[in-house]
Design a protein around this ligand. Structure first.
Ligand SMILES: Nc1ncnc2c1ncn2[C@@H]1O[C@H](COP(=O)(O)OP(=O)(O)OP(=O)(O)O)[C@@H](O)[C@H]1O
Length: 673
């Protein structure tokens, strides 16, 4: 584990020791780093000083106002008017109270003094009513604004993240940013509340400070002296909380992951049969304990800081009232003025304390909102570019020219110098051993990834310069791990081209893929929810899902159909039907790229490419690849190996020993599939 220290600026605090715990090893491979490495706010917490706070306040208020304006302009205006009006009523109120005290403490009979004080008293009462009305209006508008701000902030970052390159989605640093950003959206909501409170406190502080300055020049510094310890205390804690949060965000995510696994539907059977629960619980506890240690550390820092700040504040308060008493005693101030001063000090110190607390809260939330902004900037930077060259109407072929591709962080390329041609309206099969690069190849073909070297050309336009949206639009894909949406069967098919899902087309696509039988067996047909654990939700088998996946690709109706292991979970009849349909599709002018380990099913493909360790080792038609006089023989050997499984005796010979048993077992040896 890296990043040790004791909470001093410049080094993240350490509570978990220097060695990665077994749980950290489990989830982070022992490589848990506590970097803050996201450019703009790297070390931003260090800048949480009084001066920086004062300087950045206008910017943060502007951020909150911008967020609020984006969410609901009218509510924002109501809050602004309400708070300013409330501040003004407080200011006038203080002046009216002073006038009231002067009248009441003036020489003369009590009836006359009360009569003279009546207008001021009425004004104070009226102002109190106005102040309450303004507060109610502002509270209501803030309540309306808050969820809208959170929604707007969330929508914005989700919209941007959904458009980033796949590479970013697999990047752990980007994930960490996304975690912070989720917090940031909530912070945006709280920022509006804090910002409103800052404005209120600042406005109510102005008259208190003004009155004190007029009464005696020594009073304002005393008031500020009373507020400084609280400011220091809350700033210190804000800084610790922010650092701590950034350090432990990965732990929180990991603990959530483990706890979700315990209740996950797909893992449920294995959790029970393999008795995985104690193992997971143990790691959950370890992760939670690491976070608890940090919470304890923070609690102690909070207690120490609070005690120190309160003591300093107590001393400053005694000093302030002491000076006031001294001025009275020396006759430098009369009683009415002292009364107003006490009131102004009380109002002012409440406002200033509130102001400092709110500014600190605002500052803290602003750091998370800054994370959100960083994520949005990063998402924009890593977005799939919009625009680019138009694809030709019907490119005659898709061509790979010396394509090399390495996944970020991988040592070895997954594709090396690949040359390949996919002619329009043909069926092209990709075969090869596990990990030979077939799925990677179709990711590059569909524009989901871009090559590091070489070109993938749709006609004469390379995917790197093309308008990627146009490429996506022409591709229908049933990936190996196609997504099982927790929605209805209808949506699971129609989501192939989500917009307005057309009922009749969905039914036609379902019938085409043989999914109509699956749907027919569901209690509510196409409207059955395919998500167990929800009301009316149903689960279907792996093979049935595969039919839904094929129906989705059919519904999408792209010019190029990519099917990655489309029949791995299908029974023999369904499998035969799928391959017949694929063959028919190619006959109707659609380009089909088929990835499969079932070599007998590629007999009808126009072209077969055999991959091994990221290279195309041979290609040709089925007949060519089976011809002993042509190619490397890789395909032929693998085909023969698979074929042997079907001609082998149905009852294995007895007592032939482990070695001979292994030799007859399917899938072993140097097979491609
Ligand atoms: N997202 C990824 N990040 C890093 N490496 C990856 C990623 N996806 C695949 N790889 C690696 O790239 C290589 C090729 O993988 P690919 O999935 O393309 O193989 P494949 O031929 O489709 O295998 P299979 O037949 O098992 O589906 C493998 O070494 C794999 O580990």
């Amino acid at each position: 584990m890296t990043g040790t220290g004791t909470g001093t600026p410049g080094a993240p605090p350490s509570t978990a020791g220097d060695e990665a715990s077994p749980s950290e090893q489990l989830l982070f491979g022992g490589e848990l780093t506590y970097d803050y490495g996201w450019g703009t706010h790297n070390g931003a917490w260090l800048k949480l000083s009084l001066r920086a706070m004062a300087l950045s306040l206008p910017r943060q208020v502007a951020v909150a106002v911008r967020l609020a304006r984006r969410a609901d302009r009218r509510a924002l205006i109501t809050v602004a008017i309400g708070e300013i009006a409330r501040g003004i009523t407080q200011a006038v109120s203080l002046i009216a109270v002073n006038a009231l005290l002067v009248e009441l403490l003036a020489p003369g009979d009590i009836t006359g003094r009360l009569r003279a004080a009546l207008p001021s008293l009425t004004l104070v009462a009226l102002l109190a009513v106005c102040g309450s009305a303004c507060k109610s209006a502002s509270t209501a508008a803030t309540g309306i604004l808050e969820p809208k701000v959170q929604r707007a902030a969330t929508e914005r970052y989700l919209g941007l993240v959904a458009r980033v390159e796949l590479e970013a989605i697999e990047d752990d640093a980007f994930h960490k940013l996304m975690d912070s950003a989720q917090w940031g959206a909530e912070s945006a909501r709280r920022m509006v509340v804090h910002c409103t409170a800052v404005v209120t406190s600042a406005i109510s502080l102005i008259p208190a400070a003004g009155v004190l300055t007029v009464l005696h020049p020594a009073l304002l510094p005393l008031l500020i002296g009373m507020a400084l310890p609280s400011a220091w205390g809350s700033l210190t804690m804000a800084r610790h909380r922010y650092v701590s949060w950034h350090r432990f965000v990965q732990h929180v995510r990991a603990a959530q992951l483990i706890s979700r696994l315990l209740i996950d539907q797909q893992a449920a059977a294995e959790v029970r049969v393999h008795d995985v629960a104690p193992f997971l619980l143990q790691h959950f506890r370890q992760m939670a304990e690491t976070s608890e240690k940090e919470q304890t550390r923070l609690a102690w820092i909070g207690a120490r800081t609070g005690l120190f700040a309160d003591t300093a504040r107590g001393i400053a308060t005694v000093a302030a009232y002491g000076v006031l008493g001294l001025l009275l005693w020396q006759g430098q101030m009369d009683l009415a003025i002292a009364g107003t001063a006490v009131l102004a000090i009380r109002t002012g110190s409440a406002s200033i304390t509130d102001l400092v607390l709110r500014v600190t809260d605002l500052q803290e939330e602003a750091l998370f909102v800054a994370d959100l902004e960083t994520l949005c900037d990063e998402a924009v930077r890593r977005a799939i570019p919009t625009g680019g060259r138009d694809l030709p109407g019907q490119p005659a072929e898709i061509r790979f020219e010396k394509v090399t591709f390495t996944y970020p962080g991988a040592d070895e390329p997954s594709l090396r110098d690949v040359d390949l041609v996919i002619p329009r309206g043909r069926t092209v099969a990709l075969v090869g051993r596990n990990g030979s690069g077939k799925s990677t190849l179709v990711r590059l073909l569909s524009g989901a990834r871009l090559p590091d070297a070489g070109r993938v050309l749709w006609g004469e336009v390379s995917t790197a310069e093309a308008d990627r949206a146009q490429i996506f639009d022409r591709v229908a894909m049933v990936a190996q791990d196609f997504y099982r949406w927790p929605f209805t069967a209808r949506v699971n098919i129609g989501i192939g081209r989500p917009g307005a899902i057309d009922g009749r087309d969905v039914e036609a696509a379902a019938a085409y893929a043989g999914a109509d039988e699956v749907v027919g067996g569901l209690p509510r047909g196409l409207d059955t929810l395919l998500a167990r654990g929800y009301k009316g939700g149903q689960e279907i088998s792996g093979g049935q899902w595969q039919k839904i996946g094929l129906a989705r690709a059919r519904y999408r109706d792209g010019a190029v159909l990519i099917v990655d292991e489309p029949t791995s979970a299908l029974d023999p009849a369904a499998e035969q039907r799928v391959f017949d349909q694929i063959h028919e599709l190619a006959g109707s002018g659609q380009t089909v790229v088929l990835i499969t380990h079932r070599l007998h099913s590629v007999r009808h493909a126009d072209l077969i490419y055999v991959l091994d360790e990221g290279r195309v080792v041979e290609h040709g038609s089925f007949a060519e690849l089976m011809d002993p006089a042509v190619g490397t023989g890789a395909f032929r050997e693998a085909y023969a190996l698979q074929a042997r499984q079907f001609v082998a005796p149905s009852v294995p010979p007895q007592a032939t020993g482990a070695a001979s048993e292994r030799a007859g077992r399917p899938g072993e040896g140097q097979a491609l599939g």
